[in-house]
Design a binder for this molecule. Structure first.
Ligand SMILES: Cc1ncc(C[n+]2csc(CCOP(=O)(O)OP(=O)(O)O)c2C)c(N)n1
Length: 504
């Protein structure tokens, strides 16, 4: 067996079942080996942002890594923005990147880059396999490390892929180490004695189990419960508490975070996305606020439950009303209501709606149980491919709430959705502008002249239905909230992708 087959068999033995790919010559041995590893589903994406976004969406909901097969430095470079989003989401992900043969590399051929240096800037960990006999072990380590919620780049030369190799046995499942509950008594005491404290959930703190424990803690202590601004994946709806993220706008975030005690459960200190232009740092948490970490990664849900045992009480049932089918002109509130009303049980919502979806979380707390994924790293191009990845991971209906500007960064994801027959319904929120940048200009006191305006308005409209249909995705435009709600309700039970255009 060659190195390529040894890597893929090792990955399959460790539970990997998806390879999103945009290969080139240096990955052809891996491409060929996929025929001998039927456990791994190959999914072609027509650009690398789509490859990485699929693997991100997949890994967030499956909680195990997919492979993202990329071609050399240029392929990895094209994938960087979505690998960055995945890293910020703590997504398990293995970027499998081909490299020139060892003999060819020093010749500096036209398609040569400093791949190790590039990879080090993008991912959490880089593993370079130099010899075919190490190919399988390299893959085993990559999958193991990625499974901890890390983005790993595994780089293997074409000669490593074709040289003689063997698989390695997957490591036996280590019995999960005991949860670290050492901070729980101290946090319990602080919550008992500090009025107006706030519990900030993120990461592992966003599972249904963790949220229920948080609701009990709030009922017992009177503390507030909030979610980090960019939840990677969050259980919502049904009987879960209707929690909201810390607002994006710094003044609103500061108002929420102006508390004497902040307890992190899977979260870290919130900061503004950007620093103000006066040169100060964009801090959101007052210096006087006491901050404590409830538990290290891997122990967060158990620590919340232990804390709830000490200080919790039965919470009042969730007060979120079930969504009502909206009528009338489309605006962000009615878009949110239509989506919330149409969501079937167990659906997944992927939100890259930017300004168009600002109301979604506030309006949808009473929707049927669903999971919600948001752009975590601020790098546009996440939504359409991540929706494909989430559908590939679960087979559940996926609703992608998508802003028109952000959609263009990874548009060929629509083609993969159609080719793979994925139940993804995209709501394309069209405003023909970079609206958020227009808002930020206003906040910064900029009065844009013709040149500045031309960089934040599209002016030449995009024909979304024809674009989608060109990729094989059925599309139509909806003019009011009621017809959007009905179209969404029908589309989520259609096994094929659809794109619904709305103008806001
Ligand atoms: C990869 C990347 N390139 C550029 C940006 C800068 N950027 C942030 S928001 C934005 C415009 C978003 O417009 P759209 O997606 O249409 O949403 P809207 O603001 O209109 O709601 C841009 C270009 C970014 N965040 N990421």
């Amino acid at each position: 067996m060659n190195g390529a087959l040894a890597m893929l068999r090792t990955a399959a033995a460790a539970g990997v079942d998806l390879c999103a790919a945009n290969p080139g010559t240096t990955e052809l041995p891996l491409v060929a080996a996929l025929d001998a590893v039927p456990e791994i589903r190959p999914v072609l994406a027509l650009s690398e942002p789509v490859v990485a976004g699929i693997a991100d969406g997949y890994g967030r909901v499956a909680r195990r890594p997919a492979l993202a097969l990329l071609h050399l430095g240029p392929g990895l470079a094209n994938a960087a923005a979505n690998l960055h989003n995945a890293r910020r989401a703590h997504t398990p992900l293995v970027a499998l990147v081909g490299e020139h043969t060892a003999a060819h590399l020093p010749l500096d051929s036209p398609i040569t880059m400093d791949l190790p240096r590039l990879a080090a800037a993008i991912v959490d960990e880089v593993i370079i396999v130099d010899e075919p006999p190490q190919a399988a072990a390299g893959m085993a380590t990559a999958v193991e490390v990625a499974s901890l919620g890390r983005v790993v780049a595994l780089v293997a030369g074409a000669d490593v892929q074709t040289g003689a190799a063997q698989t390695v046995a997957p490591k036996p499942e280590t019995t999960s180490s005991r949860a670290d509950l050492s901070h729980v008594p101290e946090v319990a005491e602080l919550l008992r004695t500090t009025p107006k404290a706030l519990l900030l959930l993120d990461g592992e703190g966003l599972t249904a189990r963790a949220q229920r424990a948080a609701a009990r803690i709030a009922a017992g202590t009177g503390c507030g419960v909030w979610v980090g601004t960019f939840p990677a994946v969050m259980d919502r709806g049904g009987d879960l508490p209707a929690l909201l993220p810390i607002p994006y706008a710094p003044p609103m975030a500061r108002a929420v975070l102006d508390v004497p005690l902040l307890v992190f459960a899977g979260s870290r200190t919130p900061v503004a996305m950007f620093g103000p232009s006066d040169g100060t740092a964009g801090r959101l948490v007052p210096e006087e606020t006491r901050v404590v970490d409830l538990a290290p990664r891997g122990s967060v849900a158990a620590a919340l439950e232990a804390l709830a045992e000490l200080v919790g009480a039965d919470p009042a049932p969730s007060a979120s009303p079930p969504p009502v089918r909206p009528d009338g002109a489309l605006d962000p509130e009615r878009l949110a209501a239509a989506t919330a009303w149409a969501l079937p049980e167990g659906a997944i919502v992927v939100d890259e709606g930017i300004t168009a979806t600002r109301s979604f979380l506030a309006v949808s707390g009473g929707a049927r149980r669903h999971r919600y994924l948001r752009l975590t790293g601020g790098a546009l191009g996440f939504g359409l491919p991540a929706a494909a990845g989430a559908a590939l991971a679960t087979g559940r209906p996926v609703v992608a709430l998508q802003a028109d500007g952000a959609a263009q960064y990874a548009l060929p994801a629509l083609w993969t959705q159609a080719r793979e027959g994925l139940n993804v319904t995209t709501v394309m929120c069209v405003n023909d502008a970079y609206r958020i940048l227009q808002v930020e200009m206003r906040i910064a006191g900029i009065d844009p002249g013709p040149a500045a305006s031309s960089l934040v308005e599209f002016r030449s409209p995009i024909d979304w239905c024809r674009l989608a249909e060109g990729y094989g995705v059925a599309a139509r435009e909806l003019g009011d909230a009621g017809s959007l709600a009905d179209a969404l309700a029908a589309a989520v039970s259609d096994p094929d992708p659809q794109l619904l255009v709305v103008r806001l």
